[in-house]
Design a protein around this ligand. Sequence first.
Ligand code: FAD
Length: 390
Amino acid sequence: MSQALSTDVLIVGGGVAGLWLNARLRRQGFATLLLERASLGGGQSVKSQGIIHGGAKYALHGALTGASEAIADMPRRWREALAGNGEVDLAGVRLLSDAHYLWSPGSLAGNITSFFASKAVRGRVDQVKGEQLPSALQHPQFRGKVYRLAELVLDVPSLIKRLAELSADGLLAASSIEPLREHDELVGLVVDGREIRAQRIVLSAGQGNAQLLATLGLQQPAQQQRPLHMVLVKGPMLKPLYAHCLGAGPKPRVTVTTHPAGDGEWVWYLGGDLAEADGVARDEAAQIKAAQKEMADLLPWVDLTAAHWSTLRVERAEPAQSGLVRPDNAFLVDQGSLLVGWPTKLALAPDFADRVLAALDRDGIQPRSYPPLPPLPQPPLATAAWEDMR
Ligand code: FAD
């Protein structure tokens, strides 16, 4: 059996939630170890659009919801982290866009009115015109209104890489996890046959939380999954665009983000309503056709005939909610030494870490001293879906 280890906090799952938490705990002097069974960021995180929401999208519903409130402070916290003076040091992470835009292609007065009536976005939205428009929308044929939101868009692979660096020696590739119990109390995990004891264990394994809970003999908290069928478009004709395009409903008709592929070309990553229920029901060819129709309708001046198209199916994992609605905040519950949760948004990773820190503080958990960790098998970094496109 490999050498037994001990740590303050044992984190399971190396997506943005686990990695951000790990970085914050280490900064506060806690000993940590993070277990990852596949690749860092390879669950939902590197498949996300990288938008650091400030709540604007949810404010489209017209009412100020809990989500709008909780999320409103996230852009500031991420900006500070990116500038190297926040709660974790994200210096070097690539900022793809300093703003996300809201784009109303027609005369959707109703939506815009309820949007501006919302407290969550008041004072943080400016209309842009002419040369201030995102470059992909600067065309004589463009009609409609565009608003600049105080939200950021990040290159998530570079974020995951930076957070992994901040984990230093505290990462461990793990394929089999079993509970380690003493007198019926969970005192750690047995990881690939190695005993790892910890004061607290945090499950932040996204979709993997359900299976881990089952391994621990627990049914709660229940998890829900919501599928998406995203579309990728690649080609030298693309210009960067980061925008929610408004439709008739409360959700953006399409949300476009733009990501750099390793070969220097841009990739448009299309989500929003296009990727939700109807999109999920379509097969890949039909989904590409639907996306082509949307783009021809919204951006007829962009010639996409030579573009490469593909789709990506991905599940969002969250705590179960009635009616499969999106939860309002990062979510965390604890039962003894075990804490389990989902950030519910990449943007809410700081909120997830806040909740863990508050639980440690409440329980009087303090950093202890341990022998240095031996060299451990390392999990790889995930690559983004757009790197696989030809
Ligand atoms: P994940 O990133 O899924 O990480 C969980 C990790 O746990 C994985 O690496 C997995 O391999 C590991 N794991 C699982 N089981 C085990 C196990 N048994 N042992 C060890 N490790 C295990 N949010 C935003 O804020 N902005 C956006 O623009 C945005 N866009 C999105 C677009 C899409 C298409 C999707 C699907 C989501 C988007 N989200 C967005 C939501 C966001 O991506 C997620 O909320 C966030 O990434 C979840 O992070 P996580 O760390 O909880 O989970």
